[in-house]
Write a protein that binds this ligand. Sequence first.
Ligand code: NAD
Ligand code: UDP
Length: 393
Amino acid sequence: AAASSSRSDLDGKPIKAMTICMIGAGGFIGSHLCEKLMSETPHTVLALDVYSDKIRHLLDDAGTAAGHPWAGRIHFHRINIKHDSRLEGLIKMSDLTINLAAICTPADYNTRPLDTIYSNFIDALPVVKYCSENGKRLIHFSTCEIYGKTIGSFLPKDHPLRQDPEFYVLKEDVSPCIFGPIEKQRWSYACAKQLIERLIYAEGAENGLEFTIVRPFNWIGPRMDFIPGIDGPSEGVPRVLACFSNNLLRGEPLKLVDGGQSQRTFVYIKDAIEAVLLMIENPARANGHIFNVGNPNNEVTVKQLAEMMSEVYAKVSGERAREVPTVDVSSKEFYGEGYDDSDKRIPDMTIINKQLGWNPKTSLWDLLESTLTYQHRTYAEAIKKAIAKPIAS
Ligand code: NAD
Ligand code: UDP
């Protein structure tokens, strides 16, 4: 069924099989996108990454896929795009390049600002250049963090205009990018992503590059980041889903940075991947556009997220919820000097709705239920062992 020729795009035209060069294919989003492309489309993926653990289930020992229904349609290339001359050839072989490669965990932005800026700007430059020079289409992953803080956040706390959507809804073609001062190195990531967006946009305007820019708003689900001490460094700090999962698995209180008052909207990875597939298969509707991809209906404060995750985890694990589920921690203590935060992130959905007819489906409760079921099934045993037998130092 996957390779059936009857699949058509949003305008009723048949979709032709294409070759996709996916950079960062071994990460969280990449692994879900590879799965989707293998199970539901006839496309071929050249999967580039330094890691392949998260897509190992799609590959055979040789990094291809013999023995799977998608045999011959996925090829893993262990490549660091910082320094590998094979990159241009792989882009040239493909119809479309998707760039997901990035350092994108907030704990790195203020502690490894040089790596962050190099990864998100300098290392993406050759990818843009090769696409532009070879007339290849590019889907580039940016971030909702590009918006920085909301305009409303600069009004006094009880000002009525803070409730006015004009002061907080984030619109691709209207909202400004508002970052903190240079010494708040948190913004090194957003600023690097902003400059590469501007460069891609300029390549489109001056040299005719066919591009789509994606701004993910907190996509979450199975395989996101790592659990410290289990499949990642013990002292590592992943994004909030994995931090809170780790606390729940270990029976520790969840840490709320600066009181957990920041607001986020979370979208289920499987909903978001549907949007990416629509972009891939509808170039005429996606080219030249920047798309917010998020779920405006799933807004919570970080504190509310912690409470909901505690409740959902108690349900899926069968363990009793803690009486004091959270503890406050200062951002300086948790992230170090130079941390700062986005206050609120509600994506405007007008453009993606109009161009691709996409809408998110899954509620926050439901997506946490399936994600925490996965976390429990994948990690609970390993955590029990790690707690029982601490590693000799
Ligand atoms: P991830 O860290 O899981 O995936 C990134 C992948 O890129 C990793 O597998 C990493 O090994 C690879 N990579 C990094 N540098 C590389 C290099 N030099 N050469 C080869 N591979 C390299 O992160 P993700 O959540 O899958 O995010 C993917 C993209 O989406 C990133 O650009 C990120 O900024 C953006 N994004 C994601 C979210 C989200 O909600 N998950 C939000 C905003 C932006
Ligand atoms: N956060 C928290 N406790 C944690 C991890 C994160 O309170 O253990 C907060 C963090 O300060 C931010 C929000 O959760 O306000 C989301 O963090 P994440 O790392 O997912 O990335 P962001 O949405 O800021 O890009």
